[in-house]
Unconditional design. Structure first.
Length: 334
């Protein structure tokens, strides 16, 4: 079963939206494991289909026969999304994409079907929405994901690349406690915070099916009057930050980092200098930071690597370097 479908159903229940999760599988796919518990507001229906065509028919029947209020979440093979008969029943078509280049390649192959990604202005059915999974880091991570998917699709289907669009919220990697809680219908606070923004994004996508792009302010109707406390910020935990840092240091050592993509969405630190902490850090005025919507003076986390002029890698993230204090880079940074 798609863990993402279970997660969305659980999040919908947490947000006060009763949900029916219709899982449509092929004959060789297993049923839900025994012991799986979902919230009382979630009803699960498992249907088996011998082919993609049969899966589409079963999904259409499930959409037509819904007998209660709330969300209907269809969990079915991605290739079924290309069927016009199914798309006519969907308020929002969402394709989850994992964090690896192989995940993006498989998704790009699906999106290469011209029936799946018509021009945004072409009217219904609107293009699918992509959901970046395992991609913590806030809005910059969403921007990198969308750009990467557009490039991947352009390789095989150039005409479809311009219609690629991602939901403005990405899902983080599921840690052990996240995954264990999901099986018994509970959510960690970190996953709940991110997930409620995802629910708002899906509802906004249903209200604005042809939006290109969907902006975070479009989520306000579902989130209420204070939408700023979540989805766009960087919610990575210590383990995620250390994994990202290890990958960055490995790339630097191999001469492959930072890449242009790493720096394209990195915050810009101006008037920077080496700050005094128990560890080496930078101070400066930052803009484009996922946790600080307006330019402000900050002290970074520990510096791990830098070329001393144009970029720095701290414990938490990449930064592009603008002008230094006095316009001269401190020699102690390198």
């Amino acid at each position: 079963m798609s863990a993402h479908a279970v997660l969305v159903a659980t999040l919908a229940a947490a947000a006060g939206r009763p949900a029916t999760l219709a899982r449509i599988t092929r004959p060789a796919e297993p049923r839900l494991p025994r012991g799986t518990r979902l919230p009382d507001a979630v009803r699960v229906v498992e249907l088996q289909a011998a082919s993609a065509e049969a899966a589409v028919q079963a999904a259409c029947e499930a959409a037509t026969a819904r007998d209660r209020e709330g969300w209907l979440i269809l969990d079915l093979p991605a290739e079924c999304l290309a069927a016009p008969s199914l798309r006519a029943h969907l308020d929002a078509a969402v394709l989850p994409v994992g964090p690896t280049p192989l995940d993006e390649h498989f998704a790009a192959a699906v999106l290469g079907d011209p029936r799946l990604v018509p021009p945004v202005q072409a009217g219904p059915p609107a293009p699918v929405w992509l959901l970046g999974c395992g991609r913590s880091g806030g809005e910059p991570a969403v921007a990198r994901f969308e750009r990467s998917m557009r490039a991947a699709v352009r390789t095989g289907a150039p005409d479809a690349a311009d219609a690629i669009r991602a939901l403005p919220v990405a899902l983080p990697r599921l840690g052990p406690s996240d995954a264990a809680g999901l099986v018994v219908g509970t959510l960690t606070s970190r996953l709940l915070c991110q997930g409620l923004h995802l629910i708002a994004a899906i509802e906004a996508a249903a209200r604005h099916p042809s939006a290109a792009p969907l902006r975070r302010q479009d989520l306000a109707e579902s989130l209420g009057p204070a939408p700023s406390a979540g989805g766009g910020a960087d919610h990575r935990d210590t383990g995620e930050r250390l994994r990202d840092l290890a990958e960055a240091l490995e790339a630097i050592e191999e001469g492959a980092g930072p890449s242009p993509q790493d720096l394209a969405d990195a915050p810009l630190l101006e008037d920077w200098d080496v700050g005094l902490r128990a560890v080496r850090a930078l101070t400066g005025v930052v803009s484009g930071h996922p946790d600080f919507p307006r330019p402000c003076r900050i002290r970074t986390s520990e510096v791990y690597a830098s070329d001393g002029r144009t970029w720095v890698r701290t414990y938490s993230r990449w930064y592009r370097l603008g002008r230094a204090v006095g316009d001269t880079a401190p020699t102690t940074l390198q």
